[in-house]
Design a protein around this ligand. Structure first.
Ligand code: GUN
Length: 304
């Protein structure tokens, strides 16, 4: 039986460090870090994320400034708000919650954020710094995953790592961070030939594709470490019966509640093969917000 890598516990450790960093700023007579969150439209999941971010900010002493815009906001108005936040010396970090409503260009908005305030780490300047291995604001989820792996003493040097997924938010930056730590990295994706065989080569498998239960136990090398970034809601009972064959309680929950959260990895099957696995929920999810707040603190200390 493998170890469950507790993301919530590690997020709490990261948040405690941020809280101490905020206290240290205040002790030096500086103001609390401030994070501006821009929420456009009515996406219910985005509202939940933003609420969670605001609550986490409050816990560590970061000010959160919420800006809500209507779904039909023109791009020029969003541009103007970003310009205003860029120019505001009382704002350290700017986060434009994704996805944006149809008709708004997310890339244009993200590129407009000042790289010094880009706490998501999505601006091309910050992506370029990461590519070069230089300090900058880095994407929250992969940064926090690296922190979790370091905490659990996973030795990355020379390790064969497979990153499943090539998104700008997780897959690509995760691959670069692993490479920086001297892992041998393969990025696999939906067009990769014989995906199971590629995954089976991995000493470290990071799954970030948003496909519930894609990774079966037979895809995992015995003793591998598995990081599951996917957060998917499964409602279909037939799909649930297939992916929760080794997790009868999950299937029961699905039947009782009409849906259940699950990762990209079949957790029950992975637990029988891997040496360590992150669960969903309670794995990578809580780490992302901790990474965001660590970035906000870092952004506020850039002038120090
Ligand atoms: N929506 C889902 N994940 C993210 C994220 O990491 N950053 C932003 N800005 N929006 C998101």
């Amino acid at each position: 039986m493998s170890q469950v890598l507790d993301g919530k516990a590690h997020a709490d450790r990261m948040l405690e460090e941020v809280r101490q960093g905020v206290e240290a700023r205040l002790a030096q007579g500086k103001r609390a870090p401030a994070l501006a969150v821009v929420l456009v439209g009515d996406d219910p999941a985005s509202h939940v994320y933003v609420r969670n971010k605001t609550a986490a900010c409050a816990k560590v002493g970061i000010r959160s400034l919420e800006h809500r815009l209507a779904a039909d906001t023109p791009q020029a108005a969003l541009d103007a708000l970003i310009d205003q936040l860029n120019a505001d010396p009382g704002v350290d970090g700017i986060l434009v919650q994704l996805p944006l409503p149809q008709g708004l260009d997310a890339k244009r908005a993200l590129h407009r954020i000042s790289p010094a305030k880009d706490v998501d780490g999505f601006h091309p300047v910050n992506q370029g710094l990461l590519l070069e291995g230089l300090p900058g604001l880095r994407p929250c989820t992969p940064t926090a995953c690296m922190s979790l792996l370091a905490h659990h003493g996973v030795a990355l040097k020379g390790l064969r790592a497979v990153v499943l997924g090539r998104s700008e938010i997780v897959g690509k930056p995760m691959a670069l961070m692993l490479l920086e730590q001297h892992a041998t990295v393969t990025i696999a994706h939906s067009r990769t030939k014989d995906l199971p065989a590629v995954c089976r080569e991995a000493d470290l498998l990071v799954a970030a594709v948003g496909r519930p239960g894609l990774v079966e136990g037979s895809w995992i090398k015995p003793g591998a470490v598995v990081v599951d970034v996917g957060i998917n809601r499964v409602e279909d009972e037939a799909l649930g019966a297939a992916i929760f064959a080794a997790e009868p309680k999950k299937l029961e929950t699905l039947r009782a509640k009409g849906g259940v959260l699950c990762g990209d990895v079949r957790f029950g099957e992975a637990m029988a093969v891997a040496s360590a696995v992150t669960p969903v929920p309670g794995g990578v999810g809580p780490l992302t917000i901790a990474g965001l707040l660590a970035n906000t603190l870092a952004a506020s200390n850039q002038d120090a």
